[in-house]
Write a protein that binds this ligand. Structure first.
Ligand SMILES: [Zn+2]
Length: 116
């Protein structure tokens, strides 16, 4: 395989829970969550988790906090693309990427992991 470029751009989708603290100044807080709105607590630091709990309770620093909903964020990603020895283009988007034509498996850097 040789790398031919990164033309297969796509979006890496993430979700956030948004909260707004009322008063002056208005503050916005956001927390990573999944598509259904379940917070990703394991990915939060202890401080962030404490702030999230305060937002859920509706009070941060003695000011009311309102829930604004789930926000979808799409971050563009440019994955490298390689041409397999069989001629097929393979998008190298994960740790192991399988050629759809011959079944060869490549790593993200285009190195052969398993022969077809
Ligand atoms: Zn192939």
């Amino acid at each position: 395989m040789h790398i031919v470029g990164g033309e297969f751009a796509h979006d890496n989708v993430m979700y956030e829970l948004g909260y707004k603290r009322l008063g002056f100044p208005i503050q916005i807080f956001s927390f990573s969550c999944d598509e259904s709105g379940k917070p990703l607590l394991d990915e939060m630091s202890a401080d962030t988790r404490r702030l999230y709990e305060q937002c859920r309770a509706g009070i941060v620093d003695e000011r009311p906090v309102v829930f604004m909903g789930i926000r979808k964020i799409a971050l563009p990603v440019n994955d490298p693309v390689g041409r397999c020895d069989c001629g097929q283009l393979v998008v190298l988007h994960s740790k192991v990427n399988k050629c759809a034509r011959c079944g060869g498996v490549y790593g993200r850097d285009g190195g052969l992991v398993a022969s077809p």
